[in-house]
Design a binder for this molecule. Structure first.
Ligand code: MG
Length: 179
């Protein structure tokens, strides 16, 4: 459903706004504006002023929906699929259990370093259990290690990151920075 909304919102945006209004920066400002409206609705509801609970609830729902529509605009401008981004984020977040693991939220493989005078020493964290999905950093590193690695699913790839990879792979267009 989110994919369809991103498609439809993209067509709607193109029909209604010039390219200058459809940049990632402008769409991100929209996310911030709507986040402010959400904050207003939640705060005034908690304070019990400037309207009824029903009115604040309606404002909060409207703002939450608008945030997602603006996020579609950010995703379009930056060239990624919002639904995939949400699924990737959820795959990582759902593994965290903050009730059991208050420092990292993650199950850890621990090595007990023994006891000293009957007092158990802190356990050393050996490794975090992988979540099963590569991080953006790992994808980026894989691309640096091997430029043939497909980088199309590196989200948020920036000109700076591309330039860093180009330097790392000695693939600079003008050759002037080659050592
Ligand atoms: Mg609004």
């Amino acid at each position: 459903m989110l994919r369809q909304i991103q498609d439809e919102a993209g067509q709607w945006r193109e029909h209604n706004f010039p390219p200058a209004d459809r940049t990632a920066a402008m769409q991100t400002l929209g996310v911030c504006e709507e986040s402010g409206e959400l904050a207003h609705a939640v705060l005034k509801d908690a304070q019990g002023i400037r309207g009824t609970h029903e009115e604040h609830l309606a404002e909060a729902k409207d703002a939450a929906g608008d945030i997602v529509i603006y996020l579609c605009g950010v995703a379009d401008a930056m060239g990624f699929d919002l639904a995939t981004a949400v699924e990737t984020a959820w795959a990582q977040v759902k593994d965290r259990d903050w009730t059991q693991h208050k420092m990292t939220g993650l199950k850890t493989i621990v090595e007990n370093t023994g006891t000293l005078h009957g007092i158990e020493e802190p356990q050393e964290v050996v490794a975090e259990v992988p979540t099963g999905m590569p991080t953006q950093h790992e994808l980026l590193q894989a691309q640096i290690d091997d430029p043939a690695v497909d980088s199309s699913n590196i989200e948020g790839d920036t000109p700076m990151a591309k330039a860093m990879r180009a330097l790392a792979t000695d693939d600079v267009s003008d050759g002037s920075t080659k050592g």
